[in-house]
Write a protein that binds this ligand. Structure first.
Ligand code: HEM
Length: 404
């Protein structure tokens, strides 16, 4: 099998889809960066990949990606009981009720940041990122000075944008990550020494969490970052939501007076249709059988999220943006998987998925009901070769006006 690293760089998000089409199957074998890799897509594949602890994450991704999106000792690197114990902390924080405070704060921050840009033009990716960052820092209980430092350094945005790069951009993002980790480790130490963060906030909870021993400062910092960074990443989905509204003015009008249910269809279709993570890679934890194939222990397998969200057997006309496809649809957990498959508590499915949807709904409601703007001429093309993808201009808007 010849190495296809260059083809992957050329074909980007479509790399897997083309190989599945060529193989006439939901399995394709390739070699990336010299390492053999089996690509899978579809609902059965998602169940096989996510459920039952069959695949470990450590060592499955190149270091350049791994060091920006996950880290040693983080929930993503754990398995079995240790994983379930740590995962419960994330689920309590993100689905236990307190997350509504994050959504509400985001709405307010977006409103204030948009008002501050009223006179000129602003890139929506920047507007959403800054509003999400301010909201999640305050909600997590971080001191203002730490929030201001993270905002000034653009550390989180660069980690997200740098994850799919190699060379200087990636090194720079990794440097920023290390700096942010030190800053957060220091904040956890201060919290432990003389608690100041509100009870139940992410900082207070992670600083006090025991398993039964307290988390090391480094791991507590990494887990805080595992909340801060992906909340900022929701800015990428929101920018795509704004692009979808711009391209389909009928939906702009419909959602201006629409129901919460229609807003949710729209957010889900944005997550299905637009690209974010191309795939998630893992290593077989033991010898496995699936679809008549054997996967030896340690072999590398990747579940193609993008290809599953565009699988013609799961989605009618997958290349068409159509929020109405969610009307009356009971979404099966392993068919819509932009944030992973499987179950929340037992598997590696994203614990931030429900709050991502809430944040998107809130942003979409603000854009369609309370903030009006024009979209000047610009390059809105989305390259499927860039990870994570984004409209080239970042979506510049101008002449903002407001409805209270
Ligand atoms: C742009 C929005 C987001 C996307 C595309 C996304 C995507 C994903 C994906 C694909 C996974 C599974 C990784 C794997 O299988 O190894 C994951 C896991 C995770 N996500 Fe998200 N996520 C998003 C938002 C969030 C938010 C808002 C949070 C927290 C506030 C979050 C926290 C996490 C954590 C902690 C994990 C690891 C879970 C585990 O290993 O059990 N994510 N995410």
């Amino acid at each position: 099998m010849r190495d296809e690293t260059l083809a992957f760089a050329r074909e980007g998000y479509l790399f897997g889809t083309r190989r599945f089409q060529r193989a006439g199957a939901d399995v394709a074998v390739t070699r990336l960066a010299g390492v053999p890799l089996t690509l899978l897509r579809g609902a059965d594949a998602a169940r096989f990949f996510y459920e039952g602890g069959r695949f470990h994450r450590s060592g499955a991704m190149p270091a350049s990606v791994q060091h920006l999106l996950q880290d040693e000792g983080s929930v993503q690197s754990l398995e079995g009981q240790a994983h379930r114990t740590r995962k419960a902390v994330f689920l309590d924080l993100l689905t236990g009720g307190a997350e509504s405070g994050l959504v509400e704060r985001f709405g307010r921050e977006l409103w204030m940041a948009a008002r501050a840009s009223a006179g000129g033009e602003v890139r929506l990716i920047d507007l959403f990122s800054v509003a999400l960052l301010r909201a999640v820092c305050a909600w997590s209980g971080l001191p203002d000075a730490v929030a201001a430092d993270l905002e000034r350094s653009h550390a989180l945005q660069r980690m997200i944008a740098g994850a799919g790069t190699i060379g200087p951009l990636n090194w720079e993002a990794r440097l920023r990550r290390r700096r942010a980790e030190r800053l957060l480790a220091d904040t956890v130490a201060r919290q432990r020494h003389a608690p100041f963060a509100p009870d139940g906030s992410a900082l207070a909870v992670l600083a006090a969490h025991t398993e039964p021993d307290p988390l090391s400062l480094e791991v507590a910092a990494v887990e805080l970052l595992n909340i801060l960074r992906p909340v900022v990443a929701v800015a990428w989905f929101l920018t795509f939501a704004a692009l979808a509204l711009h391209r389909r003015p009928a939906w702009q009008d419909r959602l201006a007076n629409g129901t919460d249910e229609e807003v949710r269809w729209f957010s889900n279709e944005v997550r299905r249709f637009y690209p974010f993570f191309p795939f998630v890679a893992g290593r077989a934890s033991r010898e496995l059988e699936w679809g008549g194939r054997t996967f030896p222990e340690g072999s590398r397998v990747a579940l193609d999220l993008y290809a599953t969200d565009h699988h013609p057997a799961l989605w009618d006309e997958p290349g068409r943006f159509d929020p109405e496809r969610f009307d009356g649809l009971v979404v099966e957990p392993n068919t819509l998987i932009p944030q992973g498959g499987g179950r929340y508590a037992e598997d590696h499915r994203c614990p931030g998925e429900p709050v991502t949807l809430e944040l998107m709904d809130e942003g979409v409601r603000r854009l369609t009901r309370r903030i009006a703007y024009t979209v000047p001429e610009q390059d809105l093309r989305v390259s499927l070769r860039r990870f994570p993808a984004l409209p080239r201009s970042g979506l510049i808007v101008g002449r903002l006006s407001f409805r209270d």
